[in-house]
Design a protein around this ligand. Sequence first.
Ligand code: ADP
Length: 541
Amino acid sequence: MKRTAVIIYWLILLVSALAVGAGAFRLLLREHSRLESAGLAAARGGAQLLADEVALSVQELEQKLGENLAAIPSANRAVTLAEWEQGHPLIRNSFVLDARGAVVYPAPTEPMTGEQERFLRRYEALFSGRAAWTGPAAEQPAAPASARQEFSRLAVAQKALSSSADSAGVPAVQTGWLPWYADNQIQLLGWALDPADGSRYGVELEMAAVLSRLAPAFAGAGEPYALLDGDGRVVFQSGALASNAVPVVAVPVGAVLPHWQVGAYGTGTATAAARGTFLLLTGLQVGVFVLAIILGGSLLLWQAHRHWRDAARKTSFVSNVSHELKTPLTSIRMYAEMLAEGRVKDDVKRADYLKVIVDQSQRLTRLVNNVLDFSRLEQRRRAYRPEPFDLAGAVGETVESQRTRLQEAGLRVEIAPPAAPCPVVADRDAVTQAVLNILDNAAKYAAGGGELRVEFGADEQGCRARFLDRGPGIPSAHRARLFEQFYRVDDSLSAKQPGCGLGLSIARRMMRDLGGDVRFEPREGGGAVFELAVPRERAGS
Ligand code: ADP
């Protein structure tokens, strides 16, 4: 698989994973909005039910009290009302106005309680005739701001309970209710107008007692609901509510309690914070999902790419090995035939030809040894026979055995002998094989540099032989994979130098098995340095 193909596949994977992620995110968002509006509708429904219940309870109360007011005999209204005021828990204050609208009760001539004085002050606008007893708010004159009185902006709840004439032909008493705001508090004032004598009388309700009758409706509500007064303060609630909780939806109670609302704080409905958390969690979930697809896909692509690369490398290995076998075999056959047929008369030439045959057979042996080592190492069948020997001596011998070949390749070989012997414990054949591979590479790739220097070093762990050439070196992009099997800097079949990419990988593998290593570093001033490290003590098997 070519690099561009891998990039294209990966882009396709990325785009489709992102598209799937975006789709999933949109779906989840839509589902969340659907649930949210369902929750909101349920909360609104619950709040509406409670608001209706509150309105109904207040209306019932007003109706009953209105009937009772209408039924008070005209002779002793002030006395009856005073008794109600004293004994009825729902009645806070009462009043009687004569036909001209003057206050008869509480009698202005007699001493009044503080409560009665405040009551008269509260309704001063009404009792003085500046505010109307009936009709919509628009018709009411604005109450003085200092008195902090105002009429409801909503239509005032008015009911003429018995406005028609009774059976005896006497016009019936009219009654009505007025929600009245004073000192930021709502009050409910019930009144009755007697057409017979023109007097108007009525009662102000004890709001605490009225509200206590509404509370049971909230006690049974499952989700948190609250009755909110005109300023949005919680009058009472069902369930636990945080002090700063804001209702998700609020429904007005209606004209009986203007500006009052029932608020729902439904747990099933979302607040802005909950929505933020949902978005964050959904984003994270979808992100992980998309990441998993991309990672999984990338892993598969990477594996496919690796398999393709390995397969391609093995194919080129087979071609390279065949090519490497064919070249020396052809030379050997050609020179052997010439000698066999007795066509070469000159002794010097004959010796030259024989040398070519020997060299090429050695090349064949090295190749076959490498291939054999490779398969033994692959199958973990390579047995080592560690023995103590002097590394400098062994490396020196191998280099000397190859000196002629190296010189013929154009390399001036220079061995810097160590100051002291380098005793190591290792498999001598394996070390020789590794050195041969390094020398072989120097002859193949660094011949143009004209120089091969061999140095030695030692420390407590072991000894090192360093091979320094002035060839082209290894480009930095290839260094990391230099010791991989079949890896060649130029692995095309038309590569200038034959090879199958096994020499360095075998050398390193064997040295590591023995507790040592083969390392590469670029040489200062150009060229390559290959370092063979062998331990003093036996480490591998
Ligand atoms: P082979 O020589 O059969 O290709 P090796 O494993 O011995 O395989 O070497 C791997 C690659 O490292 C070579 O193909 C070559 O490109 C590079 N190489 C090895 N030694 C040298 C060197 N001394 N100078 C430059 N390149 C080298």
